[in-house]
Design a protein around this ligand. Structure first.
Ligand code: ADP
Length: 191
């Protein structure tokens, strides 16, 4: 099985590249951001709590997102692999993902981090905010999301570094050029 963690700051293109990876490798896509937005849209209790946190650009609690991930793994027991998009975002989430995958005799094959300069991220997110009206794509929240990423999420790269499972990819340039770089690092993974 191929289990990919697609990693990178807000606006680094994880969603866009995930779609292309799924198409090529036939993986099941799990985006914690999308799952949370579904809860918000359905106005569930969880969604109401999450919306407040997401609109500030803070992280939803580890226990909530880990629960969502466990449900998805159980739902797709027959999958030929997963792509985790926007998860894990804390070292605790990374540890819990490892435990959850172990229950299915699985592990993360590779963590790919998309590298994009801050100015470019802000530009992309402001554009997306204008186009989609996503409520956390405004200047103030964007700044906080990038700060939260640098503070709480970057340490996840060290976790995978230690296991020699981390590859950095230049996330600038055309969508296809970035995807070519991604397929190149995936081709080196032994499965
Ligand atoms: P982006 O990476 O562009 O900020 P996401 O859709 O991945 O967008 O996440 C949007 C928001 O959802 C985050 O700012 C955070 O509040 C919440 N969120 C998503 N995934 C997680 C996670 N794994 N842990 C905690 N909070 C999360």
């Amino acid at each position: 099985m191929l289990n990919i963690v697609l990693f990178g700051p807000p606006g680094s293109g994880k969603g866009t590249q995930s779609e292309k990876i799924i198409e090529k490798y036939g993986l099941v896509h799990i985006s914690t951001g999308d799952l949370l937005r579904e809860e918000v849209a359905a106005k569930t209790d969880l969604g109401m709590q999450a919306k407040e946190i997401m609109d500030k650009g803070e992280l939803v609690s580890d226990s909530i997102v880990i629960g969502m991930i466990r449900n998805k793994l159980e739902e797709h027991r027959d999958a030929s692999g997963f792509i985790f998009d926007g998860f894990p975002r804390t070292v605790e989430q990374a540890r819990e993902l490892r435990k959850a995958l172990t229950d299915y005799d699985q592990s993360v094959s590779l963590m790919i981090s998309l590298e994009v300069p801050r100015e470019e991220l802000v530009k992309r997110l402001l554009k997306r905010g204008e186009e989609t009206g996503r409520s956390d794509d405004n200047l103030e929240t964007i700044g906080n999301r990038i700060d939260v990423y640098n503070r709480q999420t970057i340490p996840v790269t060290y976790y995978y570094d230690k296991m020699h499972k981390h590859a950095s990819v230049d996330g600038t340039g055309s969508i296809d050029a970035i995807f070519d770089r991604i397929t190149e690092v995936i081709s080196k993974v032994q499965i």
